[in-house]
Design a protein around this ligand. Sequence first.
Ligand code: SF4
Length: 218
Amino acid sequence: MIKLSVTSKLDGIRSWSLQAIDTCPGSIAAPGVLVDACKGCYATTGNYRFKNVKAPRLHNQTDWQRIEWVDDMVQALNSDRYFRWFDSGDVYTLALAEKMLEVMVRTPWVQHWLPTRMHKFPKFRQVFTAMQALKNVALRFSSDSVIGEYTKGLHGSVIVPTPQDATKAMKLCEAYSNNGKCNGCRACYDKTVDLIAYPAHGVSMHKVIRIIKQGVTA
Ligand code: SF4
């Protein structure tokens, strides 16, 4: 059975998600060490620790392996106009990525937003290139930085310490000024928007930034 989730930020737009970190090979900088952007991961704290939030994510981890999963996802997205893959988790295997591509191809009425760190693994190149070629898919490779560093032409999203740190090359996410809601903005789903800057939020993320900045100035 397909289990989709709705996060309060996204104006009711639905997501398909997995358990954070367990399904995020791209979040590992070195054995036992997360990349900076994942050190303050919102999906490992707050509501995400509750059983009822974890349950669908664990379910999805085996559910996608069913033969009928693609057909069922296409059916489930029948009335959606926008869709976000992974409000937590990532495309942790190539077989899942290939199935997601099929869902994207078969739902041209849906504008898909897929943020990922799996571009670090060369074996995903072909499937990501196929996704990028689709008009209805905004594939965003996430930078690991929390201080606004990114590679032009590669990354499609990055965390900045404050809204004032966003540069002209970035589209600033303004959810912070709308009570944490998208409020009609659909920039993340728009493939003509090259780079989104998300201001850091949460105590742990600001702690990570403080430590990095201390390291830079030391
Ligand atoms: S950039 Fe727009 S669509 Fe993306 S998260 Fe922020 S408010 Fe929502």
